[in-house]
Design a protein around this ligand. Structure first.
Ligand code: NAI
Length: 334
């Protein structure tokens, strides 16, 4: 099936080509938007990544050009207007799980880096500054870690923190995972997690219910010096509120792999550009903030699994088979 792949990077192309030749894929570098949607004219499928914008207007341009399938090469689907896709007769598929370990392990990496100031130490020692002032951290052992969202990724993070580090782990999810409870994780309300946790890690999807889950009121109720890690979706955190909480010292550290306004920035080399996003620039000025550019998924294993499942999703659609990885508006609303 002829597929237009938006936001293609060389590593995407390599991982798809490693799965075998002749996939009828057009490798398009631009991000999908109303301006670029016409590039998919005549393609029955489009393949999208996290910052491609498949809003209702874009989907209607795609439908007008003959597109019948949106194949997301990621797990999250907050960037697709599912109701509009349904109206326009466009099916949506995704890769629900490619390597939850990739994201969970990276989350732990970010957490350790921010708690022990490893990001600061790295730049210091490169300039032969071996002083320790300003690098004081704390033991994770015995601390309370709050995990919001205990799906595939959050559950792994919870287990690593509970059994690997000896943290007391509190969790919140709309569905409880009994196996986690058996492993010593205690489910709690969001309010309890916010009030009691030394470190909080976000692993729930971005939905209208979770938008700005961490907001001025939540930061105000956190423990003094609490650490927040977000490898899920940027808009789970009200960034301006996080900045205020960092300024007051209430928030003791922030490590984010995702950012509310990342769509115009992430995945590009902008090192020679003047960044216009004052909020992100302000955030990156704090010594206790670590920002990475949506790389938690970026392992060899994950890229291979993404390519394999995406191609299988497209082949299923082309053959008229049932779509095991379909995302439907009704299911999400329910
Ligand atoms: P998942 O679907 O397995 O787990 C999400 C969990 O969140 C589920 O258990 C669900 O019940 C829970 N949840 C839903 N609404 C909630 C709410 N209102 N409050 C609390 N919990 C709620 O998803 P998975 O694979 O664990 O991924 C988690 C998130 O990580 C994804 O939504 C995606 O946005 C993000 N992600 C980020 C990547 C990166 O590279 N930074 C890569 C892959 C995923």
């Amino acid at each position: 099936m002829r597929t237009a792949m938006f936001s293609t990077k060389p590593y995407d192309r390599r991982s798809f080509e490693d799965q075998g030749p002749n996939h009828e894929i057009a490798w398009l570098e631009p991000r999908l938007s109303a301006e670029t949607a016409s590039l998919a004219h005549g393609f029955e499928a489009v393949c999208l990544f996290v910052n491609d914008d498949a809003n209702a207007d874009v989907l209607s341009i795609l439908a007008g050009g003959g597109t019948k399938l949106v194949a997301l090469r990621c797990a999250g689907f907050n960037n697709v207007d599912l109701a509009a896709a349904e109206r326009l007769g466009i099916a949506v598929v995704r890769v629900p799980a490619y390597s939850p370990h990739a994201v969970a392990e990276f989350t732990i990496g970010l957490l350790l880096a921010i708690v022990r100031r490893i990001h600061k130490a790295y730049t210091r020692t490169r300039e032969s500054n071996f002083a320790l002032d300003g690098l004081l951290g704390f033991d994770l052992h015995g601390r309370t870690a709050g995990i919001i969202g205990t799906g595939r990724i959050g559950a792994i993070v919870a287990r690593i923190l509970a059994s690997g580090f000896g943290c007391r782990v509190l969790a919140h999810d709309i569905h409880r995972d009994g196996t986690l409870e058996a492993a010593g994780v205690r489910y709690a309300t969001i309010d309890e997690i916010i009030a009691e946790s030394d470190v909080i890690s976000l692993h729930c999807p971005l939905t209208p219910q979770t938008h700005h889950l961490l907001n001025p009121a939540s930061f105000a109720r956190m423990r003094e010096g609490a650490i927040v890690v977000n490898t899920s979706r940027g808009a789970l955190i009200d960034t301006e509120a996080a900045i205020e909480a960092l300024k007051s010292g209430r928030l003791g550290g922030l490590a984010i792999d995702v950012y509310e306004q990342e769509a115009d920035l992430f995945f590009e080399d902008l090192s020679a550009e003047i960044i216009q996003d004052d909020t992100l620039q302000r955030l990156m000025m704090f010594p206790n903030v670590l920002v990475t550019g949506h790389q938690a998924f970026f392992t060899r294993e994950a890229l291979a699994a993404i390519a394999k499942t995406t191609l299988a999703n497209i082949a299923d659609f082309a053959a008229g088979r049932e779509l095991a990885n379909a995302v439907r508006a009704a299911a999400v609303r329910g």
